[in-house]
Design a protein around this ligand. Structure first.
Ligand code: PPS
Length: 407
């Protein structure tokens, strides 16, 4: 385990009030207080049978998925828990504002990178405030609603035992006699002081000050039906080969996913749409068909790698933000992979403290285009090529999977 004490100390000093009007902790199931004009979400979430048996292959490969996976019908969106299903309609009804920006991606497509870029543009390149953890400056919309309840409890218990130095038997007794339910709001308050309300429910998101910059992995059809008419969406896509490799490492790194298999079998899960946030292609293609909408900007990770400066200018223009030369130079320097990976406001190292992340590996790993070449066998590569071809045959979307020049 890495020593993260010094990171943790820093989290106490951030001015959280700048981002939230109110600092109260809410239980995960709290409903949104959207009133009137509510939109029904005609989507059902159905447990996927093969993900349920405890002794089945799936649960061996994903031991953390104690509730299996659920699949949205229609649309096929896959999520890890019923907690999301219970809250999907409230999330769908989160009222977008004209000055909101949504950084929308399939996971591992350059979300964090673009999120910080967009936040800087929206906040007059305030590099001083950008030292505040990104999760506080820019919330992950569905974060509160996708960790299975049992796992949430496990994290909570482990953190209390190891970080608050309470004896394990005492904490277990607190759970046994439901005392945790009583003390949880206080515990959450303390945890939030540490991580700075990284996990916010819909009420808290609704109370956030403008302009809000959201991160979300939800496909467009699960977001507010007036989103595109109201807010700006920066959609970031990355070629699926690098996404598979990055997602594989991420599933090994994060205790909430804890994938135990090899890359080959992970790629199969990916191509069969049996991973959290799958399916990949419909997610991208839905946004691709809307790429000419004035409020949606479709960006490629590979273009950010090729020409970061040019892409910052392009995204800025889309958002009505025009950084000067000096600001642009600083942004490019700030967002380049080497510096970005060391930036503790964005590199998620504090997740280790919360036992979210295993001791090995890093959230910001390599940040290159073409790393798949170091991972795929020729056979696996050929299968992925076939899968890509089949999914791209009726579209003009295409990907760059290698770059001659990159940072
Ligand atoms: S997540 O969990 O979905 O939000 O992850 P996401 O941020 O979308 O993707 C993580 C990958 O993006 C890479 N990354 C970067 N690449 C280039 N430059 C910068 N500044 C940068 N920041 C993050 C990160 O390294 C992950 O990709 P891999 O291939 O795993 O390195």
């Amino acid at each position: 385990m890495h020593k993260t004490g010094h990171h943790f100390d820093n989290y106490f000093t951030f001015p959280l009030g700048a981002f939230n009007e109110q600092q109260s902790a809410m239980p995960a199931q709290e409903t949104s207080n959207v009133t009137g004009g509510r939109h029904p979400l005609n989507v059902t979430f159905i447990p996927i049978p093969e993900t349920l048996p405890e002794d089945g292959q799936f649960r061996q490969d994903f031991p953390s998925y104690t509730d299996g996976l659920v699949e949205a019908s229609p649309g096929g969106y896959i999520t890890t828990t019923q907690v999301f299903a219970e809250n999907a309609e409230n999330i769908y009804n989160l009222k977008p504002r004209p000055d909101d920006v949504f950084v929308l991606t399939f996971p591992k497509s350059g979300t964090t990178w673009t999120q910080d870029l967009v936040w800087l543009l929206m906040n007059n390149c305030d590099f001083e405030r950008s030292k505040i953890p990104l999760v506080i400056r820019s919330p992950f919309l569905e974060m509160n609603y996708y960790v299975p309840k049992a796992l949430q409890e496990k994290y909570e218990r482990d953190a209390i035992v190891s970080k608050m130095r309470l004896p394990a038997f005492l904490v277990d007794l607190m759970y046994r006699f439901n005392i945790m339910d009583v003390v949880r709001p206080a515990v959450m308050k303390i945890m939030n002081l540490v991580v700075g309300e990284a996990v916010r429910d819909l009420n808290q998101l609704e109370r956030m000050k403008s302009p809000r910059v959201f991160k979300t992995h939800l496909p467009l059809y699960l977001l507010h039906p007036e989103l595109l008419e109201t807010s700006k969406v920066v959609y970031v896509a990355r070629n699926p080969k690098d996404v598979i490799v990055s997602y594989f490492h991420f599933h090994k790194l994060m205790n909430q996913h804890k994938f135990t298999g090899d890359l080959e079998s992970f790629a199969d899960y990916f191509m069969k749409d049996r991973l959290y946030s799958s399916p990949y292609f419909p997610h991208l293609l839905d946004a691709w068909t809307k790429r000419h909408h004035p409020n949606l900007l479709f960006v490629f990770y590979e273009d950010l790698k090729r020409d970061l400066r040019g892409e910052i200018v392009k995204i800025g223009r889309f958002l009505g933000k025009y950084p000067n030369e000096h600001q642009l130079n600083r942004m490019v320097e700030h967002l380049r992979i080497d510096k970005f990976a060391k930036n503790k406001a964005v590199n998620f190292e504090h997740y280790r403290w919360l036992n979210f992340m295993s001791a090995d590996g890093k959230f910001i790993r390599k940040g290159k285009t073409g790393d798949w070449k170091n991972h795929f066998s020729p056979e696996l590569n050929a299968r992925i090529d076939d899968w890509m071809k089949a999914n791209l045959k009726d579209t003009d979307l295409s990907f760059i999977t290698e770059l001659e020049q990159q940072d």
